[in-house]
Design a protein around this ligand. Sequence first.
Ligand code: ATP
Length: 485
Amino acid sequence: MSNCLSLTVEDRQFFQLVSQAAFSNPFSDERDELDRLLAGITGASKETLLLAAVESVRERVGHLQAGGRASLSLYRGEDRRCLELGLLFEQFHVYLSAFDELIQQQADAGDEPCAVPFSAELLTRLREYGFKAQEARHYLAFFYQLRRAFFFIDKLVGQSPSMRRLRCALWNNVFTHDIQRYEVSLWNRMEDFSTLLLGETGTGKGAAAAAIGRSGYIPFDEKRGRFAESFTRNYISINLSQFPESLIESELFGHKKGAFTGAVDQHHGVLARCVPHGAIFLDEIGDVSVPVQIKLLKVLQERTFSPVGSHELKTFRGRIIAATNRSLTELRRDGDFRDDFYYRLCSDVIEVPTLRQQMAEDEKSLDLLLEQLLLRILGRVEPGQVSDVGQTLRQGLPADYPWPGNVRELEQSLRRVLLNGHYAGDPAAAGREVNLHDMVDTGEFSAQELLTQYCCQLYRRFGTYEEVARRARLDRRTVKKYIQS
Ligand SMILES: Nc1ncnc2c1ncn2[C@@H]1O[C@H](COP(=O)(O)OP(=O)(O)OP(=O)(O)O)[C@@H](O)[C@H]1O
């Protein structure tokens, strides 16, 4: 083409750097380094670096615009791709806070997709730069996805190396480690990338699953000026240990009217309710029976299922995220968790660190979490409140307190401190065993409290819910409920 332009060597190098930054994991150290190079400054905070990097990209694009050289149609090959990514980077950051507002508004509004007031302006801008109409819509949806993923993953606070690794892993789980390939060819083919989240109770597996599930790609519907779905509908979570065996299949696959006694109406299970590009979180997957595992395996392999009592074949278009706090190695060894099911679920296996590990790696972990949790409970945090509450907590607990209930326990301990002014730890924690005789002697405890302590003591001694259930002659689910209460 005679009118084909080339970028100057300096512009090309600059936009190559922008491309690397645009495609790097925002939770990685690499991203900070790239922002530093783009901004041309050292020693600033993460936020200042990003602002300076964005400003320098804006200046560079502004310079090209002033010379009438900011249109993609003027370039070919590598130069065109470099400029394309530079322009996308610039526009993404222009609308960053508008996307954040939209995410908050959508979270409050629930399942009905909100209007996107800035969409027409952004689409026009991208088309003026030379993006085709369909490409512009795709990038608008991609920007929204990027911002949602950042918004939800960033809610998992903590600066310990294990928490930083977790955030990086969650980002990669949504966009893969090669986001450029994801953006070109994988964004609508992620259903077969199933995920297993492992970690003790209360570590944040549910929060991690929600971050992945709410960050799926959602196409933009230009006619309606809205995204095709609300991200609140894109993610469905189900705790499999809540349901008796007889109801699990119905909850998962749904049932036909009259399929069994009590099935007075047709029921849509979670698989049927999952929207395309959506995700289902199967919590406590280690608790499901082998027959249910076989049925779920079939769904993962064939992408079809039938409601209970029906021959109708329905298609499942979503992603599966599953979690367990049980040892899958033991379950697989004992034949309670099928290997073929495991191999279908394990496209990605992510370990969520315990609170103990986070605190051992970074002494500020507790305060960071306290601040986040206090904010959630109280709506705002007074100056000095985090350190006051932290001090009260530390005074009531031994220095090596193991936080067996992890962040969930921390959240409840905070409520206890707010209510009673102190927290003495979970009596079921190792080394702090309560004496059951003393409990009985006081005559102050309910049967349920006694049973809870008895189950906890048996669990510490024998290590599995099954063994506790056998010895206490209780149902395994009841035992688990007591131990986790
Ligand atoms: N790093 C974190 N930052 C902020 N909040 C967190 C973090 N980790 C966990 N939480 C909060 O702790 C609580 C417990 O987390 P969650 O329910 O996700 O745990 P879980 O691992 O799924 O537990 P279980 O195995 O018992 O289902 C939630 O309110 C969650 O938001």
